[in-house]
Design a protein around this ligand. Sequence first.
Ligand code: UTP
Length: 292
Amino acid sequence: MTKLVKKAVIPAAGLGTRFLPFSKAVPKEMLPIIDRPVIQYIVEEAVEAGLDDILIITSRHKKAIEDHFDRHTELELALEAKSKFEDSNLVRSLSEMANIHFVRQGEARGLGHAIGMARQHVGNEPFAVLLGDDIMTGGVLKGMVDTYNQQGTSVVALMEVAKEDISSYGCAAVDALGTQIVEVKDLVEKPPVAEAPSNLAIMGRYLFTPAIFDEIDATKPGVGGEIQITDAMVSLMKKERLLGYTFSEGRFDTGMKIDYLRAVVEFALEREDLGQEFRELLKGICTREGLT
Ligand code: UTP
């Protein structure tokens, strides 16, 4: 019988070089979307999908991530002394969102290597992977968990991108199964545009059977000298089926400056406490810049 997915792994130990100098001392996963760090959205998404055993892959330079999900009793007491009970509850609730565990990746050797760090915690169970800098709205992970629980095989999130952008992503060759679920036939990491088998790109959500760990262990450094999860998935596909879960919107790669800005603007517009005022502010800027 298929074991149900209960655990989530969030790799957040990368160097974040596209966000320097900010990411020198502060993890890019702690970039604020208004007043919440990116990684909080990711943890919330895992919890919403029913996964409350969460392992964050971190590094010695990223202590702020651990602190964010820990108690801060001094702050809680100071807020309570000023009768700011709502704020105090907000601070405490971060430590109660889920069972959050941490393991350190001593060296940033790539996403495949980071996921491999989860082996002992995950054990012989299926698990989800959510990239620590990729915010996704719209229930993609929940849909993937349901797909795994029905089909019992690994699933990867796929989104169509412009043909000229495909060389920034892992690319999937697929056979259509249904409207949303496709059978993955092959994967290539960052192919040149002319050689890309499709414009379906791998986006930061995966559901793996524990068999992926042996494939990661056997994977040699690939593109960029890193241990690529895509290479481990290609080996896994020789032994097990891989399904693709396609979606078309609601993804923000906050590790990229322009997509980070888009996330801040979109989320601010949606906020009950800020949306209206921010909309007026944007209108003013658009008028001034002649953008209307
Ligand atoms: P990215 O490739 O977006 O992160 O990995 P990066 O390597 O930190 O970014 P740049 O290219 O230097 O700007 C996606 C996720 O995987 C994690 C990252 O922290 C990010 O959340 N990651 C990546 C690891 O945990 N370990 C690694 O060795 C690489």
